[in-house]
Design a protein around this ligand. Structure first.
Ligand code: IPE
Ligand code: IPE
Ligand code: MG
Length: 262
């Protein structure tokens, strides 16, 4: 995606001393960056605060990473906000999160408009509380004309549930006679996923040090590069993102073949 060099330079003034911006290759910014936004609860607990305060602080980070990705010309930013397993949390935390998702979407509409950000949800939105669902539908309509970076928010998302859903949709088409079993391939399955039409993530960032996937984009991350930082999500900022991208640019992506550098 096009990026504005003057705006980017201004956005990346005064980098921390460990970051050498001259080594950032703007021709090799990942097209799709995905964040597993983890560690909100521990961030708050470490400060003697309620876990829910960590979720509120996490919103500030998401706002910064949206802006940073727009400045960098990223095509797609996806973020894991609520998994199909997160319903297992205490009811008051689930309620707060559902309220926060709705409030944040409204609060951030000016930013999404200003930056021309396209919004889509990954996951079963229909199962959310009515108020959250209604706000999401309103926000989606407000952003419908946008043509810039895609922000894909995974809410009530699970990789396994997504694959079960895709299997059912394919089976339905076979039953209807619009799809031949022999024609089921990787492309037709991809088309039934919530991410249909989006490029696969090239860089997946997980904060808070956890070395697991937690049911996230199981199909789409087949060849993603992983970057895990111990930083909790509320402390993840533009410089942490630059560190992740610099690490990505140093990886040797072989896709099962041999290194291009050999
Ligand atoms: C991530 O932070 C946000 C959600 C899963 C909703 P957590 O709430 O998982 O924070 P930790 O992992 O308990 O610190
Ligand atoms: C993954 O984080 C889900 C989100 C970031 C929304 P969790 O905190 O739910 O993952 P686990 O339970 O540590 O694997
Ligand atoms: Mg967690």
């Amino acid at each position: 995606m096009q990026y504005d060099e003057a705006k980017l330079t201004e956005y990346l003034l005064d980098p921390p001393s460990d970051i050498d911006l001259s080594s950032l290759d703007m021709a090799r910014i990942p097209r799709h960056i995905s964040c597993i936004m983890d560690g909100n609860g521990r961030w708050a607990t470490a400060r003697g605060m309620a876990r829910t305060e960590g979720h509120k602080a996490g919103i500030v980070s998401l706002r910064e990473i949206i802006t940073a990705c727009v400045r960098l010309g990223v095509d797609v930013l996806s973020a894991y906000a609520f998994s199909t397993e997160n319903w297992n949390r205490p009811q008051h935390e689930v309620n707060l999160l559902m309220h926060l998702f709705a409030k944040t979407f409204i609060d951030e509409l000016p930013l999404l408009k200003q930056e021309n950000v396209q919004v889509r949800f990954l996951g079963d939105i229909s199962a959310l509380p009515a108020r959250t669902r209604e706000v999401f539908e309103y926000g989606l309509a407000e952003c419908a004309s946008h043509t810039g970076m895609v922000l894909a928010l995974a809410v009530n998302y699970g990789g396994r549930a997504e694959l079960v859903r895709a299997s059912k949709l394919l089976a339905q088409r076979v039953l209807e006679g619009t799809l031949d079993v022999e024609d089921i391939d990787e492309a037709s399955l991809s088309e039934q996923l919530y991410t249909a039409g989006l490029p696969d993530p090239e860089l997946v960032v997980r904060t808070s040090g956890e070395l697991r996937v937690s049911n996230y984009l199981l199909w789409q991350i087949a060849y993603a590069e992983f970057y895990v930082t111990d930083t909790y999500w509320p402390d993840f900022d533009r410089w942490e993102l630059i560190r992740a991208i610099l690490a990505f640019q140093n990886r040797d992506r072989r896709f099962g073949g041999l290194s291009a550098k050999r």
